[in-house]
Every structure is written in structure tokens, then in C-alpha cells.
Ligand binder design. Structure first.
Ligand code: NI
Length: 134
């Protein structure tokens, strides 16, 4: 059985790689390469998978909230993803890479009996990224 719990955070980013010239970055990333960045109101859906215990629940929701808050939201909310998030160091601050960073931040302190099954991040109403986690 799976439970998906939804969280929100706001953050800014700029898509840019040092591996390319300014002109190549502008061509590749378009307006997402604008020098001073831009922000998003991200939706973060965390899915856990397990079997209900004696309490009838697959996960204690307060415990899940605590881990997501401590490991992810405190590190990304109202931050600049390019400079404030060590898990993204050396990566282009795409939402694809952010999903991998969220997975690794959660796995650092995952103490819940249920398995982390999926990280899903909506960057805009049109773009949602899903990572099935191992
Ligand atoms: Ni963006």
C-alpha cells in the first residue's frame, strides 16, 4: 500500500552549466538561464510504501513530516537552489536533479518502517517530475 503526502516550498534557481559558454547556456536553457534567476512555488509529493502495522497505518504521518521538514524543507524553502543546497553542488539546478537531491537527503535519515517509493516535484502547473526510488 502507498501513501502520498504533499508539501510545499518556494525556491529560486537558474539553469546554467560552467561546461558551456554563456551563448550556449542561453540557447540550451532559454529564459531559465536569465542571469539573476527566477522562482517557483514547488509542490513536493512524497510517496511511501509498506504494510499497515497494528495501528492500521503504513507510516506515522508526524514522523514522516518531521523527516521531510528537517531533511528537505528546511534546506530548500526560500533558498537559492544554485548556492544554498549542498546536495545540488556541481549539478545544474533542474527539477530532475532536485528530485535526486531530495531522495538522497531523505535517505540520509530515513528511519521509518515504510519504504520511500517515489519523489514527485511539480515545478509549475505544466511540469511535474517523478522519481521512483530504490
Ligand atoms: Ni525555473
Amino acid at each position: 500500500m502507498r501513501l502520498t503526502r504533499r508539501y510545499h516550498f518556494a525556491a529560486s534557481h537558474r539553469l546554467n552549466t560552467d561546461a558551456l559558454s554563456p551563448q550556449e547556456n542561453a540557447r540550451l536553457y532559454g529564459k531559465c538561464n536569465n542571469p539573476y534567476g527566477h522562482g517557483h512555488d514547488y509542490l513536493l509529493d512524497i510517496t511511501v510504501e509498506g504494510t499497515p502495522d497494528a495501528s492500521g497505518q503504513i507510516v506515522n504521518r508526524e514522523a514522516l513530516d518531521w523527516i521531510v521538514q528537517a531533511q528537505v524543507l528546511e534546506r530548500v524553502d526560500h533558498r537559492n537552489l544554485n548556492v544554498d543546497v549542498p546536495a545540488l553542488a556541481g549539478c545544474v539546478a533542474t527539477t530532475e536533479n532536485l528530485a535526486f537531491a531530495v531522495e538522497s537527503m531523505l535517505h540520509e535519515r530515513w528511519t521509518l518502517p515504510a519504504r520511500l517509493a517515489r519523489v514527485r516535484i511539480s515545478e509549475t502547473a505544466r511540469n511535474t517530475f517523478e522519481l521512483e526510488t530504490k
